[in-house]
Ligand binder design. Structure first.
Ligand code: ATP
Ligand code: ZN
Length: 225
């Protein structure tokens, strides 16, 4: 548990969401000294600390109350909620806002040379993915009997390497799929970055600070529209 009275916000340290997260904090008036490559950046004008971590750790940090707020892709949030539910761990968060960055799709893909395929083709197949829980939920929903092969990276080379028949991976432009000779199929999840809050947060000062920041965040979002 956090033993500080400063509001703790978890963001991705380095990756696709980092710059947008830093820009957003700046736009809502949170001044940060981010020059140092430190885990924690203290705000110089508000009682806020920003923790810079791997995106995969963000949902857990917020669910466990180590951080009060977090910014993470819905893809990572949904996967980690399902994972934690399987382990009977707390998986609750309050979704404060969907943000206007980090858009991507989790889509199925298979070797191009096989041509167009219907859902029934997946029957009995092995599908490589970094999101086995989201994939399993989809397969269950669609009544497809296929197995998920968990890979944390290089998912797109799995069919060529003989590790799987197909993949379920994040896509934005489709260029990576094409470069790996894969044909894109159904989208099983659309995702944006979102701002989440620990549901047990009760500190009145922290809650008041969140109340103060939310209209600013809304204003920044509207200004971009
Ligand atoms: P970390 O080192 O923090 O674990 P990572 O390699 O898992 O980083 P990134 O590739 O930086 O993660 O992606 C972070 C998030 O950005 C993704 O989980 C997703 O929500 C979003 N995103 C947006 N576009 C894409 C894309 N084209 N491919 C992958 N992720 C994307
Ligand atoms: Zn990650």
């Amino acid at each position: 548990m956090s033993n500080t009275n400063r509001l703790r916000i978890a963001i991705q340290k380095s990756g696709r969401l980092s710059k947008d997260c830093q820009d957003l904090l700046k736009q809502i008036g949170v001044k940060l000294n981010l020059r140092e490559q430190r885990l924690i950046a203290h705000s110089t004008n508000m009682p806020i600390d920003v923790l810079r971590v791997r995106d995969d750790d963000i949902p857990g940090l917020v669910m466990d109350g180590v951080c009060d707020l977090g910014i993470v892709g819905e893809n990572v949030l949904v996967e980690s909620q399902a994972e934690r539910q399987n382990q009977q761990q707390c998986a609750d968060v309050i979704k404060l806002s969907k943000l206007d960055f980090g858009y991507c799709r989790l889509a199925l893909a298979w070797p191009q040379e096989l041509g167009e395929q219907s859902k029934s083709w997946f029957e009995g197949k092995r599908i490589a993915t970094t999101y086995p829980e989201i994939l399993k939920q989809y397969l269950k929903r669609e009544n497809i009997n296929a197995s998920a092969v968990m890979l944390t990276g290089s998912v797109e080379v799995a069919p060529r390497a003989g590790l799987a028949d197909a993949i379920c991976d994040l896509v934005s432009t489709g260029a990576t799929l094409e470069a790996n000779g894969l044909m894109q199929g159904e989208t099983i999840l659309e995702s944006n970055a979102c701002l989440i809050q620990n549901p047990s947060l009760q500190d009145p000062e922290k809650l008041a600070l969140i109340e103060k920041l939310m209209p600013r965040l809304k204003g920044v979002k509207q200004a971009k529209e």
